[in-house]
Design a binder for this molecule. Structure first.
Ligand code: MN
Length: 456
C-alpha cells in the first residue's frame, strides 16, 4: 500500500515548505500540498520536518587497525546509522599494500553484503601505486565507485607525492575524485619521538604531536599538487582554521576544492585531552585531533557560509577496553570516535536550534551535497518524484539526552554523554519501508550497494 506522509514540511537545501509526500514502493511518487489520501496509509506529520535520508560519506565499519578492529561491523553500525536518520553510508574499502584494488573491494563487499541495514557504497583506498592499480581505477569507476581515498600520513597507507600526483592525473582521466587525509607525517613522527624521549606518554601528548599547522601544511601541499594536476579534490575531516585558510587560497586561485568536517570538530575541543583520568582523555583520541574553541567557531561560520560542503562522522568506534591499549603510551590508543548515530541530532540541537545554521544548511551538508559529490543524486539527497523513498520524519519539538546506555552503536561510551538534545528522529523510511519507529530499528539487513557515478 502507498504511504502518505501528510501535513509536514519538506526540507531541501533551500529551506522547508509545506508538502505531503507520497511513497509508492521504493520511491517517492509525489511531493505536493494536499495530496489525496485515497488508497493510502496516512502518517500524520503535522508539525514535523521531512528530511531526505541523511548520507554519511565517511564511516569505518569492520576495519582492522593497529591490531584491533572497529567495534561496529556493518550490521551494528548500519542499525545505529538508521536510528540517527542516516539511510546511506559510504565506507572505505582498502586493499593491503601490494594487493589489487579488486581484492580490497571483494573483502569489503563480503563484510557488507546481506549484513547491512542501510544502503551503502565504498570509497576505494589507493595505498599503493603501479600500472595495475592505475588500470583498475577505470574498472572501479565502472563498478560504481567514483571516489577514492589517499593518505598523507600513516606509512602503511602513504604512496608519496609523485605517485599521488600520478594518481590524481589518472583519476581525472577516469572520472574519479580523491578525498585525502591531510597531515604532515614526517614532522608528526619527529614530535612523537620528542614526546616519548621526554617521557610524555599520556593522551595530553596526542594533540601536541599533531598540531594544526601540520594539517594546514598538508592541505596546502595537496592543493598545490591538485593545482598542477588541474583536478578537483576533497579534503576530508578538516579540523582547523589554518587548514580552511589553505582551502580559501586555493579557491581564490580558481581551484575546485570540496571540504568535509565532522561533528566532533564542530563541538569538542582539545582541552578534553588534558583530563587527569586516562580513559576520560583517551576516549577523544582521533586524527586529526580535536582543536581549539577558536577552530570550532570558525568551522561553524564556514559551514554557514557554504565553505564546508559536507559533514560526515569518520565513525571509527572503539570500546574503552580497546582504548586502554594505550594506557602507558598514547601512540597505542586506537584512534577514532563513535558518531554515526548522533550526527543529525547534534547538528540540529547545536546548529539549527542555536541559530548557527538553519534546516536548509543542515540538509545541504547531510543530504544534498554528499549525494552530488559522491554521485548518487537525485536518487538520494532530495525528496522529489522518482527519488528513493528515504525519508527522515523529524520532530523539531522533542527533547532528550544522549547517553551510551541508549545507543545502538556497539561501544560502551559516547563522546557526548549527557548532552541535551532538541529535536529527534521520529521515523525513518528506507526505500519506502519503515525502518525506524521512535527509536526502534525495524529494518532487516536489506541495505543495497549503491552504484554511484561521477556527477562533477
Ligand atoms: Mn577516516
Amino acid at each position: 500500500m502507498k504511504i502518505l506522509l501528510k501535513g509536514g514540511r519538506v526540507v531541501s537545501g533551500q529551506g522547508s515548505r509545506p508538502a505531503d509526500v507520497l511513497l509508492d514502493g521504493e520511491t517517492v511518487a509525489a511531493v505536493e500540498e494536499c495530496l489525496s489520501t485515497e488508497g493510502t496509509q496516512v502518517v500524520d506529520c503535522a508539525g514535523k520536518l521531512l528530511f531526505p535520508g541523511f548520507i554519511d560519506g565517511h564511516t569505518h565499519f569492520d576495519l582492522e587497525v593497529g591490531g584491533t578492529i572497529t567495534a561496529d561491523d556493518f550490521a551494528t553500525g548500519s542499525r545505529a546509522a538508521l536510528r540517527g536518520g542516516t539511510t546511506t553510508v559510504i565506507d572505505f574499502a582498502a586493499p593491503d599494500k601490494g594487493e589489487p584494488l579488486a581484492a580490497g573491494l571483494a573483502r569489503w563487499r563480503g563484510k557488507a553484503e546481506g549484513r547491512c541495514a542501510c544502503d551503502y557504497g565504498f570509497h576505494m583506498t589507493i595505498d599503493d601505486w603501479n600500472g595495475g592499480i592505475s588500470q583498475e581505477i577505470g574498472e572501479m569507476v565502472a563498478l560504481g565507485i567514483p571516489s577514492f581515498k589517499m593518505y598523507m600520513t600513516y606509512p602503511a597507507m602513504m604512496i608519496g607525492e609523485g605517485d599521488m600526483y600520478r594518481a590524481l592525473l589518472r583519476l581525472k582521466e577516469a572520472g574519479g575524485i580523491a578525498g585525502v587525509h591531510c597531515e604532515n607525517d614526517g614532522v608528526i613522527r619527529a614530535l612523537v619521538e620528542e614526546a616519548k624521549a621526554a617521557g610524555r606518554l599520556s593522551p595530553g601528548s596526542h594533540p601536541r604531536t599533531r598540531p594544526a599547522p601540520l594539517e594546514a601544511e598538508a592541505v596546502g601541499h595537496l592543493l598545490r599538487l591538485a593545482q598542477v594536476a588541474d583536478v578537483p579534490v576533497i579534503v576530508v575531516h578538516l579540523s582547523a582554521r589554518e587548514s580552511l585558510e589553505e582551502v580559501r587560497a586555493a579557491r581564490q586561485r580558481g581551484q575546485t576544492v570540496y571540504v568535509e568536517t565532522c561533528p566532533h570538530y564542530l563541538l569538542l575541543s582539545d582541552s578534553l585531552y588534558d583530563q587527569e583520568e586516562f580513559m576520560e582523555a583517551a576516549k577523544f583520541v582521533c586524527a586529526p585531533p580535536l582543536r581549539k574553541r577558536e577552530d570550532t567557531e570558525e568551522l561553524w561560520k564556514a559551514l554557514k557560509a557554504g565553505e564546508i560542503d559536507t559533514v560526515a562522522t569518520d565513525h571509527c568506534p572503539f570500546t574503552t577496553a580497546q582504548k586502554r591499549a594505550g594506557q602507558y603510551d598514547f601512540t597505542k590508543i586506537p584512534g577514532g570516535l563513535p558518531g554515526v548515530e548522533h550526527r543529525g541530532l547534534l547538528l540540529y540541537s547545536y546548529g539549527v536550534k542555536q541559530g548557527r545554521i538553519d534546516e536548509g544548511d543542515m540538509c545541504r551538508v547531510l543530504c544534498e551535497n554528499p549525494a552530488k559529490l559522491y554521485g548518487c543524486w537525485p536518487e538520494k539527497g532530495v525528496i522529489a518524484p522518482g527519488s528513493d523513498g528515504d525519508i527522515v520524519v523529524w520532530d523539531p519539538e522533542a527533547r532528550g539526552v544522549i547517553t551510551a546506555a541508549d545507543q545502538a552503536q556497539n561501544t560502551d561510551y559516547t563522546p557526548y554523554e549527557n548532552w541535551e538534545t532538541q529535536g529527534a528522529v521520529e521515523q525513518v523510511y528506507l526505500r519506502g519501508s519503515l525502518a525506524v519507529d521512535r527509536g526502534r530499528v525495524l529494518a532487516g539487513m536489506e541495505g543495497k550497494f549503491i552504484k554511484r557515478r561521477n556527477l562533477l
